[in-house]
Design a binder for this molecule. Structure first.
Ligand code: ATP
Ligand code: MG
Length: 188
């Protein structure tokens, strides 16, 4: 049995920051669908071209696109104790498909760990990051607003989904990187 952790949380919660350190500590493969998509855009692939405008507007890309990325990682990555999914699943349909994918492998989600911050803090963190990383989807207020709305409408229902099966755990995302890291590893 491998471990399948979901790192959950609103945009700008610090998932990517925490995931790197957690993956290393627990010998997990960190898969960030957002990073994979940005790499496709940077490489100018057909997939990247399709994703670019959706991402810049703060919308989700089609489920089939991210699910293909996840499935291929599950197939090809070897030599780890499991996976740390960052930014996936992002809606109920993706969560159901993930359950089906894992069931077909005789596996299941180990736990969903949520890094929680307020909408106000989402904006503060993203504004700060915009100046540092130059991400297209951090640049405009309209896009950030749409990402927050997309999160509440499509992603937040996953909290209930994972609560129902007893797999939902929440870490307060306010504090230093080290403090949040400690909260997450205590849950794990
Ligand atoms: P964080 O700041 O915590 O890294 P984020 O929401 O700001 O989170 P990413 O997770 O990097 O950023 O995602 C960036 C964009 O990529 C999303 O707004 C969305 O358009 C697209 N994306 C990423 N993952 C998915 C997914 N599972 N389904 C659909 N679209 C996705
Ligand atoms: Mg990220």
């Amino acid at each position: 049995m491998s471990k399948y952790y979901i790192l959950f949380g609103p945009p700008g919660a610090g998932k990517g920051t925490q995931a790197g350190a957690i993956a290393k500590q627990y010998n997990l493969k960190h898969i960030s669908t957002g990073e994979l998509l940005r790499a496709e855009i940077a490489a100018g692939t057909e997939l990247g071209r399709q994703a670019k405008e959706l991402i810049a507007a703060g919308n989700l890309v089609p489920d089939s696109v991210v699910e293909g990325m996840i499935a291929s990682a599950f197939e090809t990555v070897k030599g780890v104790d499991g996976f740390l999914l960052d930014g996936f699943p992002r809606n109920i349909s993706q969560a159901e498909d993930l359950d089906r994918m894992l069931e077909a492998r005789g596996e299941s989600v180990t736990g969903c760990i949520s890094i929680m911050i307020s909408d106000r803090m989402i904006r503060e963190r993203i504004q700060h990051r915009a100046a540092i990383e130059g991400r297209a989807d951090d640049a405009s207020d309209a896009t950030v607003t749409n990402r927050i709305n997309t999160y509440h409408a499509q992603t937040e229902p996953l909290i209930q989904y994972y609560k129902q099966c007893g797999k939902y755990h929440e870490a307060d995302g306010v504090g230093t990187i080290e403090e949040v890291y400690k909260r997450i590893t205590e849950i794990m």
